[in-house]
Design a protein. Structure first.
Length: 95
């Protein structure tokens, strides 16, 4: 599932139908959306990341568990049902 859970209108119904949720917490930064060389899967928001939406593993998990993204204002999933998918590859930046 993407970190931008608010873009999926029936996300609550989907989460209720499964035991676990796999979140894609990678490609927050790349040469496609930033001129800075930044982590692909930052654990926390990188202060220097002024070009993108400031995504990070921490903010993604927070969106899904804090109640800010649910259509009814409630949390979408509890932390014990979330699996984090991280990328450990890299990009080539040419300037």
């Amino acid at each position: 599932m993407p970190c931008a859970s608010h873009t999926l209108p029936s996300i609550g119904e989907i989460v209720d139908a499964v035991d676990e949720v796999n979140l894609m917490t990678f490609d927050f930064n790349s040469p496609l959306n930033s001129e800075l060389v930044l982590p692909n899967s930052p654990l926390y928001t990188v202060p220097e990341d002024i070009d993108s939406d400031g995504g990070s593993v921490d903010s993604c998990i927070g969106d899904w568990t804090s109640g800010t993204s649910g259509t009814d204002g409630g949390a979408i999933a509890s932390r014990d049902r979330i699996n984090v998918g991280m990328s450990f590859d890299g990009w080539v930046y040419r300037g």
